[in-house]
Design a protein around this ligand. Structure first.
Ligand SMILES: NC(=O)C1=CN([C@@H]2O[C@H](COP(=O)(O)OP(=O)(O)OC[C@H]3O[C@@H](n4cnc5c(N)ncnc54)[C@H](O)[C@@H]3O)[C@@H](O)[C@H]2O)C=CC1
Ligand SMILES: O=C([O-])CC(=O)C(=O)O
Length: 311
């Protein structure tokens, strides 16, 4: 008999709740939404509200809210969004000390009840938090994945599609590296319907779009005033979840432990990956030009600095 997939989302705040709803809307499986005991009732309330949307949406996904890790037992996939979000004037790295403690304790609980699961981390600073979760889990590297590149690429694609007045479906950007201002939008590998981006836009205009992408999270933080983005992050997590749960093997950028790939060792960084039933099935290495490698080195350096704080 076909077994329903079970997805647990840890942290039922803006990103966690949005992700739970998007996963249920796509009927990827049954969703367990977990938050701290003080938030148990609001978490149950959010889950029940989502469940009551399913007859309208036409999805048989079940959604439950809880503060008890036993309810997450035997999850196929666990998405960790627990932690604090930044406010205007803060960088993602300012969250490192608080969120490292939260991600460590959450991961330990997750692993206790779902020793065979795959974990996707969202909590920031996400490159370093993926390191923390990997260490706390004791899992092989293919089963601990960080979310950054799908979102960063989505922002890049949004700006390009708007600029050119073309469908977002035909814009294929490529953003690698740290989830921060030193991320690396790879213009040379970006295209619109297979036509290189450089055929459509001047270097100056591309540079401006690259810069807006790099600070895209901060742009939303500035507008919201009291938190950070959650719709596009939720959609990005859902795309990664779908590729894993359906073993689609999509080529998506994700934060992975590098052991020699791209010339880095013992480093978590956003790179092109194939996401399938075993998590990261493969890291796809690319030939980089000297200036692209230099940009990626800068990215790697900024991740190393934050990982040093939590080591
Ligand atoms: N990697 C990425 O691309 C992105 C990362 N983020 C990060 O995701 C995190 C969550 O963001 P939001 O959902 O907007 O924040 P939020 O404040 O709305 O939600 C966080 C939730 O985590 C819960 N929580 C705190 N400690 C917990 C614990 N020990 N166990 C279980 N739950 C716990 C809180 O009670 C709260 O409900 C932040 O660190 C944010 O910076 C957000 C967007 C994109
Ligand atoms: O900007 C933030 O703090 C949240 C985040 O990572 C993003 O939206 O890219």
């Amino acid at each position: 008999m076909l077994k329903r997939k079970k997805i647990s989302v840890i942290g039922a705040g803006f990103t966690g709740a949005t992700t739970a709803l998007m996963i249920a809307m796509k009927e990827l499986g049954d969703v367990v939404l977990l938050d701290i005991p003080q938030m148990e009732n609001p978490t149950k309330g959010k889950a029940l509200d989502m469940l009551e949307a399913m007859p309208v949406i036409g999805s048989d996904s079940r959604i439950v809210g809880t503060a008890n890790y036993e309810d997450t037992a035997d999850s196929d996939l666990v998405i960790i969004t627990a932690g604090i979000a930044r406010k205007p004037g803060m960088s993602r790295d300012d969250l490192v000390n608080t969120n490292a403690g939260i991600v460590k304790s959450v991961t330990e609980q997750v692993v206790k009840y779902s020793p065979n699961t795959i974990i996707i981390i969202l909590s920031n600073p996400v490159d370093a938090m993926t390191y923390v979760a990997h260490k706390a889990s004791g899992f092989p590297k293919n089963r601990v994945i960080g979310q950054a590149g799908v979102l960063d690429t989505a922002r890049f694609n949004t700006f390009i599609a708007e600029e050119l007045g073309v469908s977002v479906e035909d814009v294929h950007g490529f953003v690698l590296g740290v989830h921060g201002d030193d991320m690396v939008p790879l213009v040379r590998y970006s295209n619109v319907g297979g036509v290189p981006l450089e055929k459509f836009l001047s270097k100056e205009r591309i540079d401006e779009i690259v810069q807006r992408t790099r600070t895209g999270g901060g742009e939303i933080v500035g507008l919201l005033g009291n938190g950070s983005a959650y719709y596009a992050p939720g959609a990005s997590l859902t795309q990664m979840a779908e590729s894993i749960l359906k073993d689609k093997r999509r080529l998506l950028p994700a934060i992975a432990l590098l052991e020699g790939e791209f010339g880095y060792n013992d480093l978590f960084l956003g790179v092109p990956t194939i996401l399938g039933g075993n998590g990261i099935e493969k890291i796809v290495e690319l030939e980089l030009l000297p200036e692209e490698k230099e940009a990626l080195n800068k990215s790697a350096e900024s991740v190393r600095k934050v990982i040093e704080i939590v080591q």
